[in-house]
Design a protein around this ligand. Structure first.
Ligand code: PEP
Length: 254
């Protein structure tokens, strides 16, 4: 049994004060939810305050990105050591917005993933095809490449412990989610690719779905056996909405 994993990606939303107010509202709403990993990824600036505000709750805190150098002349970047020092335990890597807007490559995703694991943090590695790639029937090729190159060189044990987020780019922020059948098909394919690279670790690695997840569609999506939870953007910005998504996610089975 893989433990469901539900994460909020706030992107560039919320001030420090808004993040703390959210945590105070949200944490009690999910206090009674058992057997689900609950994660919030705020902007960098709000990380320490959110770690503190969620300290006695079931909520874990993730960064949305990281730089792999320990320190140095990298204006605007944040290191793994800085994240560790703030109590952050997970990092989103290779989000499609990072790939599309900031030129991140599979090789860069691999470097960040390996460094994040070496630092003792858990990567949430994002993969997913564009609409153009789907329409050209290249979805599986793209997913294979992103998984193969993004996770190259990892051990089976490392892969078993990380999270892969399948996020079809055409479904992110568009209000148009993948159907449960589309998500299921892609997740099964990703797990096959993981199995070909890492054997039995594929059965332990959590593969979550992202792309216009809402309270009204999460139960149907996460009821599919290979969908182990959700990465949620827009619908995570409201604490009541995200709490409903967490409560409605269903355990997946191996
Ligand atoms: C995301 O940013 O990872 C995402 C899935 O966004 P949304 O839920 O808004 O589509």
């Amino acid at each position: 049994m893989r433990r469901p994993f539900v994460a909020a990606n706030w992107k560039m939303h919320k001030t420090v004060q808004e993040a703390v107010a959210y945590a105070r509202d949200f944490a009690p709403r999910v206090e009674a939810v058992r057997n689900v990993d609950i994660v919030i990824a705020p902007p960098f600036l709000a990380l320490p305050a959110l770690v503190e505000a969620t300290a006695n709750s079931r909520v874990l805190v993730a960064a949305q990105n990281v730089h792999t150098a320990p320190h140095g002349a990298f204006t605007g970047e944040v290191s793994l050591g800085m994240l560790q020092g703030s109590g952050v335990t997970l990092v989103i890597i290779g989000h499609s917005e990072r790939r599309q807007l900031f030129g991140e490559t599979d090789a860069g995703v691999n470097t960040k993933t390996r460094a994040t694991i070496d630092a003792g943090l858990t990567p949430i590695v994002c993969v997913g095809e564009t609409l153009e790639e789907r329409e050209a029937d290249r979805t599986f090729d793209v997913l294979d490449r992103q998984v193969r190159d993004g996770l190259a060189g990892l051990s089976a044990g490392q892969v078993a412990a990380l999270v892969v987020a399948y996020e079809p780019v055409w479904a992110i922020g568009t209000g148009r989610n993948a159907t449960p059948d589309q998500a299921d098909e892609a997740h099964r394919h990703i797990r096959q690719q993981l199995a070909s690279q890492f054997g039995d670790a594929a059965a332990a690695c959590r593969v979550i779905y992202g792309g216009s997840v809402k309270p009204g569609n999460v139960a149907e999506l996460s009821a599919r056996p290979d969908v182990d939870g959700a990465l949620v953007g827009g619908a995570s910005l409201d604490p009541a909405s995200f709490a409903e998504i967490v409560a409605s996610s269903r355990p997946a089975t191996v």
